[in-house]
Design a protein around this ligand. Structure first.
Ligand code: ADE
Ligand code: ZN
Length: 336
């Protein structure tokens, strides 16, 4: 282990950086959920003291359906997206791409444009208040059909909402099996229309899921991707093509992908030359802050200031931010 002094959190907060892998579904405050459930007379899935204890990814995704089911008004959606931008500002994050998956939000089924407008209202208000800009990646769920996937891609292309930068896919690959071929056409249509493509893989799937994300879905970025470490040829491909990985260490521990941070491959991937960034995934529900993730990893893996600068650089480069925002963050990073 290199002999590097752990950095003070203030120094990490000041590090100019982006977040490229987080879900709005993971940003609900538990107290707010409890209050909404009481008002709507909806039973809690478990007692409040164990509300955020998840027995793995399948259980967690189930919880998201429950939580998002309580968010039935435009105001609640706008508050959620505004709150995420506020959270970014508190952690010194200058920009984010955030994922939202319409399948989790029953009150908004069949009303995608209204749903995006509601999130956009919160994000526009945040920017007007001087908080960081956030773009939306609208996500498919791994268990959807190819027809439903193509329909979402076509709807996004027709909408051309300026807030939406990407088609995404998340959910449970372990439950869905190998689904790359099923989603290839939807991702092809999105890419052809100028949307970016970001794909959850190598979390609930092994290296084969990451390979499908690259070869079948044309991923511009992989969300997680950590299990690529099990296949050295795949790591070489990621390095060679400079396909960024949006890694979320605390999420991987909370959802049981790795048993301890010491076993987590983020540092091995970074050392192998992969374009790795650090992210929170579902920050509130899984108890992760971006500054906390940088602090944890820099302590455990002995990262230097140069290493941290390179990771922040990756986060900015991997983001789908505009050229102006990237330029501004890059200048700030050079001064850090
Ligand atoms: N949706 C929200 N968080 C997720 C995760 N960690 N993996 C897959 N889908 C998700
Ligand atoms: Zn995720």
């Amino acid at each position: 282990m290199p002999n590097v002094q752990p950095l003070h959190v203030d120094r990490l907060r000041a590090l100019p950086k982006a977040e490229v892998h987080a879900h709005l579904e993971g940003c609900f405050e538990p107290g707010v959920l409890e209050q909404w459930a009481r008002q709507a007379r909806v039973p809690m899935p478990r007692p409040r003291e164990r509300l955020l204890e998840f027995a793995g990814l399948a259980d967690f995704l189930h919880f998201l359906d429950w939580a998002c089911g309580l968010a039935s008004t435009r105001e609640r959606l706008a508050e959620l997206s505004y709150g995420y931008s506020k959270r970014l500002a508190d952690g010194g994050v200058g920009y984010a791409d955030v994922i939202v998956n319409p399948t989790h939000w029953p009150a908004w089924h069949g009303r995608l444009a209204d749903m995006i407008d509601a999130f956009d209202a919160g994000l526009t208000a945040a920017e007007q208040d001087g908080l960081p800009p956030v773009s939306l990646c609208v996500s498919l769920l791994r268990t959807q059909s190819s027809d439903a996937a193509a329909e979402l891609a076509d709807t996004l292309v027709a909408l051309r909402h300026p807030r939406v930068v990407a088609l995404s896919i998340d959910g449970n690959e372990a439950a869905a099996g190998r689904t790359g071929p099923r989603f290839a056409e939807a991702f092809r249509r999105a890419g052809a229309a100028g949307l970016r493509r970001t794909v959850h893989a190598g979390e609930s799937s092994g290296p084969e899921g990451v390979r499908d994300a690259i070869e079948l879905l044309g991923a511009d970025r992989i969300d997680h991707g950590v299990r690529a470490i099990e296949d050295p040829e795949l790591v070489a491909l990621l390095v060679d093509r400079r396909i960024p990985l949006g890694v979320c260490p605390t999420s991987n521990l909370a959802l049981g992908v790795y048993a301890s941070i010491e076993e987590h491959p983020i540092d091995r991937l970074r050392r192998a030359g992969a374009v790795v960034s650090i992210n929170t995934d579902d920050p509130v529900l899984l108890g992760a802050s971006l500054v906390g993730e940088y602090a944890l990893c820099s302590k455990v893996f002995g990262w230097s200031e140069d290493d941290l600068r390179a990771l922040a650089r990756n986060s900015i480069d991997a983001s789908f931010a505009s050229a102006d925002v990237k330029e501004r963050l890059s200048l700030a990073l050079a001064r850090w």
